[in-house]
Design a protein. Structure first.
Length: 392
């Protein structure tokens, strides 16, 4: 299964109090108050400084109105103070003002002004502004897509260790849709992003090492990167790591570890991890054998439309393994799987019609499903309960 392309699409809002003193002691007194959580006191100190032209006091007042700290949240007032600070060259004020324009908060939405303020901040080296400009040109948000400009701004942000920019550059070079595909650059940018903690880059690196794309195939390194991404809660990395432990690929085979990672992935709704856990409970791999728990996991996957889980759960209802015997439920589940082309479910459904088990006996209907089963067997490969390989 191909992993969906991930694009970091979060526009960043810079929310950090400036610490450089302006108007010396007074500004520092306000900063001390803010640092101890007394925002009302900080506001009272900074407001007169801002009115006297202190750019940093103006920025911090904008930030307080933006976050609702020390005052009631008011985006219009935030925009007012950001604008005053931005005109004095405070890059973070320029960035935050651009963000407000992009969202239409406190100001009339204007992507033209967003770009204007982001560019001013970006030219001063603001990595968040550089990244957001790259993203806007990449996905065409408020501007005409321009991949040369996207790469330009991503590169500037990436050179300042912006992990999202590094990851997005890797994706651009991997896709080859808008720039020339170049796996050497893919690996370079993913490694930088992964080293900066980007979980999707860690997942991607694991995939590259597992497949041997842009790097020599190395399952140990694949497992290493999957584990880092899995530790950050990445569902696909958790599944892939579980599979590697179940088969002893890149790591020593360990069914208990496989169950651990499958369970984490399954808990996030990963259908195939849910199915594989069902198989493990049926076979007693890494867990105490339990048909009732197997049925629970198959049921979760079956509800999400997994044909193999529907088939396996149908057999359990037919035989009464781990669940109360219920031929009618078995027929219903077989039909769900059969309608997806599952050959064995089609065969079993035919058998149910032959024997009138859960349905009225109907030899014509049985013959229909047997024919479909034979045809499906020629064209499709059923999983037959074997745990699935890595997701992509």
């Amino acid at each position: 299964m191909q992993m969906k392309k991930f694009l970091i699409a979060s526009i960043v809002l810079m929310l950090a109090l400036f610490t450089v003193p302006v108007f010396a002691d007074d500004f520092q007194e306000g900063l001390d108050a803010a640092n101890r959580g007394d925002f009302e006191r900080a506001f009272d100190i900074w407001e007169p400084l801002a009115k006297r032209g202190s750019a940093l006091a103006q920025f911090n007042l904008g930030l307080m109105h933006d976050k609702g700290e020390g005052v009631k949240r008011n985006y219009k007032m935030a925009a007012k103070w950001y604008k005053l600070a931005a005109r004095q060259g405070i890059s973070s004020a320029q960035f935050n003002l651009g963000w407000l324009y992009s969202k239409g908060k406190g100001v009339r939405q204007s992507f033209k002004r967003t770009v204007m303020w982001y560019v001013r901040a970006a030219k001063q080296g603001n990595p968040a502004a550089q990244f957001n400009l790259g993203l806007m040109y990449d996905i065409g948000e408020g501007v005409t897509p321009d991949y040369k400009r996207a790469v330009k701004w991503y590169r500037l942000a990436a050179k300042q260790n912006n992990a999202q920019a590094q990851f997005n550059l890797g994706q651009l070079y991997e896709s080859g849709e808008r720039v020339t595909q170049d796996y050497k650059r893919v690996v370079k940018w993913y490694k930088l992003a992964a080293g900066n903690g980007n979980e999707l880059a860690q997942l991607k690196l694991g995939t590259l090492f597992e497949k041997g794309k842009g790097v020599a195939k190395n399952h140990k390194k694949a497992a290493k990167w999957y584990k880092l991404a899995a530790g950050q809660g990445n569902e696909i990395a958790q599944f892939n790591l579980g599979y590697m432990y179940s088969r002893g690929i890149g790591v020593k085979r360990n069914y208990s570890e496989a169950v651990k990672w499958y369970r984490l992935s399954a808990g996030q709704g990963n259908v195939i991890a849910q199915f594989n856990l069902g198989v493990f409970y049926v076979e007693g791999r890494g867990v105490r054998q339990s048909f009732s728990k197997a049925a629970s996991w198959f049921r979760l996957a079956a509800k999400r439309g997994d044909a193999e889980a529907q088939f396996r759960l149908g057999m359990m209802y037919e035989d009464g393994d781990g669940v109360e015997k219920d031929p009618e439920k078995a027929v219903r589940l077989y039909r769900f799987a059969a309608d997806q082309g599952h050959a064995m479910a089609q065969g079993n459904l035919g058998w149910m019609y032959v024997n009138g088990n859960g349905v009225e006996e109907d030899l014509d209907e049985a013959a229909k499903w047997y024919r479909r089963s034979e045809q499906s067997s020629k064209t499709k490969h059923n999983r037959n309960g074997e745990p699935l390989s890595s997701l992509r």
